[in-house]
Design a protein around this ligand. Structure first.
Ligand SMILES: Nc1ncnc2c1ncn2[C@@H]1O[C@H](COP(=O)(O)OP(=O)(O)OP(=O)(O)O)[C@@H](O)[C@H]1O
Ligand SMILES: [Mg+2]
Length: 315
């Protein structure tokens, strides 16, 4: 079964005196159980809008969302869901222990179960040392750990996290990445939005790219990148001076290493031309390395490709 399924999900915000804008435009997406799904998009792409629709904090203008086959607007579907907002809000005078207890009560957990949850989550999120300090003095990283713990209260099978790594230092980002992987090991499904592409690339099974409210790409990271060979590194030996001069003009980079020379060509076609040139000039191709696009480059290209298309303004 799919943990998340959306069908033509659309959100138009309309405000008094303001032009209504289609912030999410016919999003159809499915996330399988047990997957880590990364939801990518620039500021204003519609990531938070999507997440709020999944958590039923907003009502869709049209279309539907389902969590484990149940309409996201039902109370039953919300029981299956843990949510970390983009800017988690806490009662500043409560301690982490009291905060988790409060959310445990909201989930309807009894006193012994709440104690059991605290033991488990304080261990997992390293909250024991700060258990009795008031949240108001906490740093961003500590707050994010508490927010994550709140999302895990009640052990829901689905986690929806809005920018869980934003504003954290590299150590904090790694902590969150490891927590996400750990939740996946516990067979949870994790859907999270991010700008931190390197983190997405490291841990996600699949990613979706949202541009101006529209899903432009969705798939496995390796499949998305597979067809995109940006550059080819060609290692050759024994080429004549005139061949070298021609290749240097065609190549983006050239360097000489002991008895071989390395040329970096800007495309597959340019590499093929270069290989023919080397062979016809009596040289030898020693090695050939396709340099695959990184997700970051792919993401930027996707953005640029769709940049010209205006967002669907609503009359
Ligand atoms: N309550 C609202 N009323 C009117 N417009 C809104 C509202 N919330 C969001 N929008 C608009 O909807 C679009 C998508 O916003 P959203 O917050 O979903 O983007 P996002 O991808 O989460 O961006 P960010 O990366 O900055 O968090 C933006 O153009 C935003 O201005
Ligand atoms: Mg957002």
């Amino acid at each position: 079964m799919n943990a998340i399924e959306t069908s033509q999900l659309t959100k138009i915000y309309s405000g008094l005196g303001k032009k209504a804008t289609r912030s999410l435009d016919h999003l159809s997406l499915s996330v399988q159980e047990g997957e880590i799904f990364g939801f990518l998009g620039r500021n204003g792409a519609g990531k938070t809008t999507t997440i709020k629709l999944l958590c039923s904090l907003l009502k869709p203008t049209s279309g539907e969302a389902f969590l484990f086959g149940q309409n996201a607007r039902t109370r039953e579907s919300r029981r299956l869901l843990g949510y970390l907002p983009e800017q988690p809000y806490f009662y500043e005078f409560l301690t982490p222990r009291e905060t988790l207890d409060f959310y445990g009560k909201l989930r309807g957990l009894g006193s012994s179960e709440r104690t059991r949850q605290w033991e488990r989550l304080s261990e997992l999120l390293d909250l024991k040392d700060i258990a009795h300090q008031r949240i108001k003095s906490f740093s961003k990283g500590m707050r994010q750990r508490i927010g994550f713990a709140v999302a895990l209260v009640g052990d829901p099978p689905l986690l929806i996290l809005d920018e869980p790594m934003s504003g954290l230092d590299p150590v904090g980002r790694r902590t969150i990445r490891e927590l996400i992987l750990r939740c996946r090991d516990e067979k949870k499904t994790i859907f999270f939005s991010s700008h931190v592409l390197a983190d997405v690339e490291l841990i996600c099974d699949r990613v979706g790219i949202l541009v101006r409210g529209q899903l432009t790409q969705c798939g496995r990271v390796d499949t998305l990148l597979g067809g995109h060979v940006d550059q080819v590194e060609l290692v050759v030996r024994g080429i004549r001076a005139e061949t070298q001069a021609t290749l240097r003009e065609q190549a983006e980079q050239h360097r000489i290493l002991e008895d071989v020379e390395v040329f970096v060509l800007g495309s597959r076609a340019a590499a093929n031309d270069a290989i023919r040139l080397v062979q016809s000039g009596g040289g030898e191709v020693v090695e050939l390395h396709p340099i695959k696009a990184r997700l970051e480059d792919y993401f930027m290209r996707e953005q640029a490709r769709h940049e010209e298309v205006p967002r669907g303004d609503v009359a």
